[in-house]
Design a protein around this ligand. Structure first.
Ligand SMILES: NC(=[NH2+])NCCC[C@H](N)C(=O)O
Ligand SMILES: [Mn+2]
Ligand SMILES: [Mn+2]
Length: 315
């Protein structure tokens, strides 16, 4: 558990910028942390009654100066070694933040940063952690199955130690419990990724389940499954979870996503459950690409959703 907290004692949040873009094949996502700060995440969190400190950005190798040639060192997982250097540092920061009794809010960067967040969140979690993965994509490829070689399509499979990731010690995170992993809002899977997800013990709520049961019922179920028997959960929010009409600034948009209110409803439920039972260990908010955005809209939505996850309410 991450400390006592009954709704009156506010959470302390530590913002960690992770401007990584080596996991995606479209540049610009490295500017995500700046854009989300520009959207005034601190004011949004203050409105949620949150004490917030900003630890700045991790240093990240630049593509321009990187000596790695994609694919050569690690088969079909571009820049995997460089990404590992970043996520190892991030994991240490995340674990340290949790030790201090604060909640790390990781601002991506591409979704590969979640490997570091989960690794750090799982450290010192005796009973393991659950994960709720809000995304259009499964991010369940491995180097063997990925059609793109982009590591941002692999972080969840990496945490579960699938395929080649079983031998990557900074990625494989046994304390991330597969049966406590829940994906929500999925609508784009590659063929082999679909097979891998079906085989896994993770629960997948696709857009179809949201259509049928509504976002509230789905997220309540997700919280139930993710928190069962573990020390807490990591929440990973890929902005492409939302419909591209709401968030134009993402690199891999997929139509048919959740709308603005559904997204808030989901994260408000996370906050509500956290108030009751103190389950939130860490959050990441990823894949905001300001180059593709319009008027910083996607970063604003990212900041607002983070505030909802930490308890900002309408009334
Ligand atoms: N975090 C993301 N936006 N992931 C997109 C992944 C897209 C595709 N499934 C791939 O593996 O290349
Ligand atoms: Mn995605
Ligand atoms: Mn993703």
């Amino acid at each position: 558990m991450t400390g006592d907290h009954d709704g009156t004692t506010a959470r302390t949040v530590r913002v960690l910028g992770a401007p990584l873009d080596l996991g995606a094949n479209r540049r610009g996502v490295d500017m995500g942390p700046s854009a989300i700060r520009y959207a005034d995440i601190e004011a949004e969190l203050a409105a949620a009654g949150i004490n917030c400190t900003d630890a700045g950005d991790l240093s990240v190798p630049r593509l321009e100066t990187s000596s790695a040639t994609s694919g050569e060192t690690t088969r079909n997982a571009n820049y995997l070694d460089e990404i590992g250097q970043v996520t190892e540092t991030l994991a240490t920061e995340v674990a340290g933040t949790i030790d201090e009794g604060a909640v790390p809010l990781v601002l991506g960067g591409d979704h590969a940063v979640a490997m570091g967040s989960m690794f750090g969140a799982a450290r010192n979690a005796e009973d393991g952690i659950g994960v709720i993965w809000f995304d259009a994509h499964g991010d369940y490829n491995t180097p063997e199955t990925s059609p793109s070689g982009n590591v941002h399509g692999m972080p969840l499979a990496a945490a579960h130690g699938r395929g080649e990731f079983a031998d990557v010690e900074w990625a494989d995170t046994p304390a991330v419990s597969e049966e406590n992993t829940v994906l929500v809002g999925i609508r784009s899977l590659d063929d082999e990724e679909r097979v891998a997800l079906r085989e896994s013990e993770a629960t997948v709520f696709t857009m179809r389940e949201i259509d049928e049961c509504g976002i509230t019922a789905v997220v309540e179920d997700a919280l139930e499954i993710a928190t069962d028997g573990v020390d807490g959960i990591h929440v990973s929010l890929d902005l492409d979870w939302l419909d591209p009409t709401v968030v134009p600034g993402v690199g891999t948009p997929v139509r048919g996503g959740v709308n603005y209110r559904e997204a808030h409803a989901a994260l408000e439920l996370v906050a509500e459950r956290d108030r009751e039972s103190d389950l939130l260990r860490s959050i990441d908010v990823v894949e905001v690409n300001p180059i593709l955005d319009r008027d910083n809209r996607t970063a604003e939505v990212a900041a607002e959703l983070a505030a909802s996850a930490f308890g900002k309410r309408i009334l």
